[in-house]
Ligand binder design. Structure first.
Ligand code: AMP
Length: 296
């Protein structure tokens, strides 16, 4: 049974919850010569997700979006139950940008009793978000591997908002010879610069006013670099002051690092990745940009 449901817009979109069924559907599409594109998500869609889907639409013939709030990437103090969910709304939004299949596996089917197999990278997870979320990227690389085996995509699309995740997936795909093209999508922002996130839902009014400070900090850093500043330590000091000047903020990290290895860099030669994680109230926000010392 294909489990096709009608979404709010009234058109048909295929909703698959069963893992073997998704695999058979992927086989059928491949046998018919269709190119499958996968956009993995945790749902509660916003324009950032929709933009990845639009990018994905152009990359192939059949667009699959997975919605799975993956328990293995949440830490013991992180409340997975509080993660926002609205499947009907997600489904209507996905349909509006031309998604063909929503894959919605139940957690107990993804992680059956006795589950014990993980994919983990040696060094990339030891930086940035991996420091305060120790098993997070092991959960991400493992679940993405599983989704690749189930949806069998030719191409998968990930957002630059989670830049470390994108770098890790690219590395994993290369290291493990996955025959899958990885496409990165640009960060989509609110009018005031705040990177869109399902977690933006948690703010009080006051906290929401502080939240754009992440983007403002990245812009201020780029400006310093354009004015000739090359010293990472001084840029990080400026960033810290600016962030903490706003109420309800607490810094997890401010880093200037190599865009491939994520190792800290002391001096910015040509370009460097600047990445931030900042608590605004209870919400932990991340943002990043590539600082360019020489504009093309
Ligand atoms: P999530 O549902 O938060 O796990 O995100 C699913 C995908 O959407 C990931 O590849 C994220 O990097 C991407 N994404 C989330 N927010 C944004 C955004 N504001 N701009 C671009 N991509 C995003």
């Amino acid at each position: 049974m294909l489990n096709i449901k009608t979404c709010l817009l009234g058109k048909l979109i295929q909703i698959i919850t069963d893992i073997p069924l998704m695999q058979r559907e992927a086989d059928r599409l491949r046998e018919a010569g269709k190119r499958i594109v996968l956009v993995p998500t945790m749902g509660f869609f916003h324009e950032g997700h929709l933009n990845l889907m639009r990018l994905g639409r152009k990359e192939g013939d059949h667009l699959v979006v997975s919605i799975f709030v993956n328990p293995t990437q949440f830490g013991p103090t992180e409340d997975i139950k509080a993660y926002p969910r609205d499947f009907e709304r997600d489904c209507a939004m996905a349909e509006s940008v031309g998604v063909d299949t929503v894959f919605l596996p139940p957690a107990d089917a993804m992680y059956t009793g006795g589950y014990q197999t993980y994919v983990s990278l040696e060094r990339l997870p030891l930086h940035l978000c991996g420091l305060s979320r120790p098993n997070h990227f092991r959960g991400v690389s493992s679940v993405v591997t599983k989704l690749f085996h189930v949806a069998k995509p030719h191409t998968a699309v990930f957002g630059e908002k989670d830049r470390q995740q994108l770098i890790i997936i690219r590395r994993m795909v290369r290291d493990l010879n996955f025959d899958i093209k990885i496409v990165g999508g640009p960060i989509v922002r609110e009018d005031d610069g705040l990177a869109m996130s399902s977690r933006n839902f948690y703010f009080s009014k006051e906290e929401r006013l502080s939240a754009p400070v992440l983007f403002q900090t990245l812009q201020a850093a780029q400006k310093l670099v354009e004015q000739g500043e090359r010293n990472s330590r001084r840029i990080i000091a400026m960033a810290g002051e600016l962030i903490l000047s706003r109420p309800h903020t607490r810094i997890d990290y401010v880093s200037i690092c190599d865009p491939e290895t994520l190792e800290d860099v002391d001096q910015i030669d040509k370009e460097a990745l600047m990445a931030l994680a900042v608590y605004v109230g209870k919400a932990r926000l991340i943002d990043n940009t590539v600082l360019h010392a020489v504009r093309d």
